[in-house]
Design a protein around this ligand. Structure first.
Ligand SMILES: Nc1ncnc2c1ncn2[C@@H]1O[C@H](COP(=O)(O)OP(=O)(O)OP(=O)(O)O)[C@@H](O)[C@H]1O
Length: 298
C-alpha cells in the first residue's frame, strides 16, 4: 500500500484461509513438537516497515518510518511519551485500523509480503504477528489450560495434541514448572507476573512468527519483570520480538536492536536513529539519542 488508505473497522474473527493445510516445518520449539492443523507457518519472520505514516483523523502522528526488524532478534522501540511507538506497534499487526479515524501510508512486509495487500485479512495477519499488552489480560475465570488454548479456539485452529501444546507453550513462556500441578485452576488466581507469562503462552500457542509487546512489564513488580525479561530473552531466539519499553535498562537487557522515536513539538513522531542496542546506548550518532538514553529528557 503506498497511498494513504482509509481503513474500515476490522471484521470479527473471520476464519482461517488455510484450514486444511498442515504446517510442520520450522525448528522444534521443545523436545515435544506439536503440530497445529491449519496453523500459520512455524518459525520467525523478518518484519520491515517502509515509509510508514499514520494519522488519526487528519492529524499525522508518525512520519516515514522505515525499520527492519530482523528474524529471531529482539527490537526495542524507545522514546518519550506520545512519539508514536504504540501506534507503530499496532500498525505491525493491523490493530491500528481498529480505530475508526485511523489511516496509514507505506508498507509493512512480513518476510517480504505486504500485510496490507489486497485480500490479506487482518485476522490472518494477527495470527502470524501476535501481541502482548501492557496489562496482563488472561480470562480470569477460565482455567490456565483453557487460557493457553483460547487463541487457538478463537481462530478455529485445530491441534492434534492439546495437552502437549499447553505444556510446550507454558514451557516456552517460562511458566510450566510453576503451574503444571494446577492447570485447571483459574488464570485469575495467578500473580501479575505469572498472568503476563500466561498471556505470552497464549500468544505462542498459535505459533506466531512475530510477537509484539507493548510495555509488557510496566504493571509488574521488579521480580516479575526480571522473570518476564528472561522469557523474552528465551523466546527471542525462536520468534521475532518487537517490544515497546520506557525502561532503558530493560531495553539494554533484552534487545539486540533499538529504534529511537521522537516527536518534536507539533510534529509527527519519527525514527531519529536505529541500530544495534550496544551502539545506541554507548555511542549513538545523534545527540538527541544520547540525551534520551542518558535520561536527560523524556
Ligand atoms: N485512538 C487515538 N485517537 C487519536 N489520537 C491518538 C489515538 N491514539 C494515539 N493517539 C495520538 O497519537 C500520538 C502517538 O501516540 P502513541 O500512543 O502511539 O505514542 P507512544 O509513544 O506509544 O506514547 P506512550 O509512550 O505514552 O504510550 C499521540 O499524540 C496520541 O495522542
Amino acid at each position: 500500500m503506498s497511498d494513504t488508505t482509509e481503513m474500515s473497522t476490522v471484521d470479527a474473527v473471520d476464519g482461517i484461509d488455510y484450514l486444511d493445510a498442515e504446517y510442520a516445518d520450522g525448528p522444534a520449539a521443545s523436545t515435544r513438537e506439536v503440530r497445529l492443523i491449519g496453523g500459520p507457518p512455524v518459525g520467525a519472520a523478518t518484519l520491515e516497515s517502509r515509509d510508514v505514516g499514520a494519522w488519526f483523523g487528519d492529524r499525522l502522528v508518525l512520519d516515514a518510518v522505515s525499520l527492519l526488524m530482523p528474524a529471531r532478534e529482539v527490537t526495542a522501540l524507545i522514546g518519550p511519551s506520545g512519539c508514536g511507538k504504540s501506534t507503530f506497534l499496532r500498525i505491525l499487526n493491523r490493530m491500528h485500523e481498529l480505530v475508526p479515524t485511523a489511516s496509514l501510508a507505506g508498507e509493512v512486509l512480513l518476510d517480504g509480503q505486504d500485510i496490507y495487500a489486497d485480500g490479506t485479512r487482518a485476522q490472518q495477519v494477527r495470527l502470524r504477528v501476535g501481541m502482548v499488552f501492557q496489562k496482563p489480560n488472561p480470562f480470569p475465570a477460565m482455567s490456565i489450560k483453557d487460557n493457553v488454548l483460547a487463541g487457538l479456539k478463537l481462530a478455529g485452529l485445530k491441534c492434534d495434541d492439546k495437552d502437549a501444546l499447553v505444556e510446550q507453550s507454558l514451557e516456552r513462556a517460562g511458566l510450566w514448572r510453576e503451574v503444571r500441578d494446577r492447570l485447571n485452576a483459574p488464570g485469575g488466581a495467578l500473580s501479575g507476573g505469572q498472568q503476563q507469562r500466561l498471556c505470552i503462552a497464549r500468544s505462542l500457542a498459535v505459533r506466531p512468527n512475530v510477537l509484539l509487546m507493548d510495555e509488557p512489564c510496566s504493571a509488574l513488580d521488579p521480580t516479575s519483570t526480571r522473570r518476564v525479561e528472561q522469557t523474552i530473552a528465551e523466546i527471542g531466539h525462536e520468534v521475532t520480538v518487537v517490544i515497546v519499553t520506557h525502561n532503558m535498562q530493560q531495553a539494554q537487557r533484552v534487545s539486540d536492536h533499538c529504534a529511537f522515536f521522537l516527536a518534536a513539538e507539533n510534529e509527527p513522531g519519527r525514527v531519529i536513529e536505529h541500530g544495534p542496542t550496544e551502539k545506541i546506548f554507548a555511542e549513538p550518532d545523534d545527540p538527541r539519542t544520547y540525551d534520551y538514553v542518558n535520561g536527560r529528557f523524556g
